[in-house]
Design a protein around this ligand. Structure first.
Ligand SMILES: N[C@@H](CCC(=O)N[C@@H](CS)C(=O)NCC(=O)O)C(=O)O
Length: 303
């Protein structure tokens, strides 16, 4: 092995140079807000501040599943946080999540508002609040929480490790790509062997563990993450694919993945959700339509 390196770390690291790569403009070595910005609050008990990334989708799927199961107390407003524009560093957002990452939730249903950050914590909070999607029986609950925490611990190797070095880093580093490709394929094999024996992650029942793992590893096996489907030969993980397709058919999942989404087909993007009817009336294709006709109709104006 060649031990030579173009870079010798100095004694003390300092943030003096332009690092390049996607997200370089928002990365900082310190925490806390960069600017004052009031947190908007809508009319529902639950206020979600998020973006339609895999971590954000976990929570919007859970909220839509709760509503579909008849838990009307799960009505929510979903506000858009554009992380590429630094919204996560506004003072209002930081007061909900001092870690400045989406998703973040405020529950205004009680006497004092409760904040919850970290997607896994939000899923457990909602599951316990509504008594849904987290088995009560201790063996099945343990299995569900084990897979939920597996996701929370594993996905940083997929996103921050593999995804970063394969797709986003300004230079391709063979050592880093090999290391994380190996780990991601191992993770996929863990899932594939388990799903060969079990319909869902925690057994026969669809739970918050599936909601946490699906947006990451489901997207990966469908070739939707980092354009890495061929590189990782994802079609080999047939049991993960079976489970992915099964979950994708759920109507609540279809709705949840539209919320706070800012890419893809305009009809699949619901930037903010404040009402169940918004899925029919406020997707980007519908919002664009009156603007287009306004250019042709003399007295019409944009909403
Ligand atoms: N462990 C956190 C991770 C959240 C996370 O990494 N969020 C990303 C988007 S998927 C983010 O907000 N990044 C903004 C930033 O790093 O400044 C969770 O699961 O909630």
């Amino acid at each position: 092995m060649d031990n030579s390196s173009a870079y010798t770390p100095p004694k003390i690291w300092s943030d003096t140079k332009e690092h390049g790569g996607r997200f370089a403009s928002i990365n900082r070595p310190v925490a806390g807000p960069t600017h004052e910005k009031t947190r908007p609050v809508g009319r529902h008990p639950l206020q979600l501040y998020s973006l339609g990334t895999p971590n954000g989708v976990k929570v919007t799927v859970m909220l839509e599943e709760l509503l579909a199961a008849g838990h009307s107390g799960a009505e929510y407003d979903a506000w858009l946080i554009r992380i590429s524009e630094g919204d996560q560093f506004g003072s209002g957002f930081v007061s909900v999540n001092p870690n400045s990452k989406i998703p973040a939730l405020m529950d205004h249903s009680g006497q004092a508002p409760i904040r919850v950050f970290e997607s896994g914590a939000i899923l457990i909070y909602l599951a316990e609040k509504f008594g849904a999607f987290l088995p009560a029986d201790s063996a099945r609950r343990a299995e569900c929480l084990s897979w939920l925490f597996w996701q929370m611990g594993s996905a940083p190797f997929l996103g921050g490790g593999f995804g970063h070095f394969y797709a986003y880093a300004p230079t391709k580093i063979e050592y880093a790509i090999d290391r994380y490709a190996m780990e991601v394929k191992r993770q996929l094999d863990v899932l594939d062997r388990h799903l060969a024996q079990s319909p869902y992650l925690a057994g026969d029942e669809y739970t918050i563990a599936d909601m946490a793992v699906w947006p990451w590893y489901g997207a990966l096996v469908k070739g939707l993450l980092y354009e890495a489907g061929e590189f990782l030969q994802v079609q080999a993980y047939t049991h993960v694919l079976r489970w992915t397709d099964q979950i994708a058919q759920r109507p609540a999942v279809r709705r949840g993945r539209m919320v706070n989404r800012v890419s893809g087909e305009p009809s699949s993007q619901l930037h903010e959700r404040h009402d169940a009817g918004d899925f029919d009336t406020r997707t980007q294709d519908k919002l664009a339509a009156p603007l287009e006709s306004a250019t042709h109709t003399r007295h019409s104006r944009a909403p």
